[in-house]
Design a binder for this molecule. Structure first.
Ligand code: MG
Ligand code: MG
Length: 255
């Protein structure tokens, strides 16, 4: 079931989203070669604590994995696409990092992700990341009343495929509100004009996950969480929580 949010609820979700934006900005600012992923998690945790927000990631335990998630961010490096568990490995020059963060504030959840490189970037990583942001932007642009979920999926997928990248198979965005994952699912590839019609008050997370090597396949690492590209190529992941409104898409996880 899709919950249509009231305008008051959208305002409350904007506050939750703003906390996520601040956490990700802080992480990005501090990330550098030599910094560990656990340190990045601590930085995000401090922002959540300061705002009085909880983490929908910490202790999250869906039935497909044996272990609850142990951190407030997912930190996925190089061939890791999503769901990376922050560990004490220091970042290296040229690493590609995707950080996903959620916050719960006043009972509402925000969810967003950024991809960036630390140190000297490889040109091919910059292109991959730029495309991940372009795909996100295209998806947000299609998140308008009168369109359908398939229009968003198509917009995201087209940007990825035209650039020659793979799209992580079986993963995608989702409705979001009082809990992190609600209906509807928001695939990263699809046919325009298909699926659920978009209405004022729907809130969704749009999150392209691109694979540099061009294939769509991945596997879950032995830690039960980290999703890695099957071909070992690098991946990028970007995400915003977006409200569909009569005035157009509203990015709730912007700064
Ligand atoms: Mg996320
Ligand atoms: Mg999400």
């Amino acid at each position: 079931m899709v919950e249509i949010k009231t305008d008051t609820s959208l305002q409350a979700m904007r506050e939750a989203g703003r906390v996520v934006a601040h956490a990700l900005a802080a992480v990005r600012e501090q990330a550098a070669p030599g910094v560990t992923l656990v340190e990045l998690d601590r930085i995000a945790r401090a922002v959540l604590d300061e705002a009085g927000a909880g983490s929908p990631f910490l202790g999250y335990h869906p039935d497909w994995t044996p272990v609850p998630f142990p951190a407030v961010v997912c930190a996925s490096v190089n061939d890791a696409i999503v769901h990376g568990i922050p560990d004490d490995r220091p970042l290296a020059d040229g690493d590609l990092v995707s950080v996903d963060c959620g916050a719960t504030l006043g009972g509402w959840v925000g969810d967003a992700a950024v991809s960036f490189t630390v140190g000297r970037a490889r040109a091919e990583d910059t292109r991959l990341i730029d495309t991940a942001y372009a795909a996100l932007e295209a998806g947000i642009g299609a998140a308008v009343v009168g369109n359908r979920i398939g229009d968003i999926a198509h917009a995201v997928g087209r940007v990825c495929r035209r650039a020659g990248y793979g799209i992580a198979d079986g993963f995608g965005g989702h409705g979001i509100g009082r809990s992190m994952h609600e209906d509807p699912g928001v695939p990263n590839e699809g046919r325009p004009g298909r699926g659920m019609p978009l209405r004022h008050g729907m809130v969704i997370a749009i999150e392209p996950m691109l694979i540099a090597g061009g294939g769509d396949h991945h596997y879950t690492a032995a830690d039960g969480w980290t999703v890695r590209t099957l071909d070992g190529s690098r991946a990028a992941h970007t995400e915003h929580t977006v409200a569909i409104t009569d005035d157009g898409p509203r990015i709730l996880t912007a700064l």
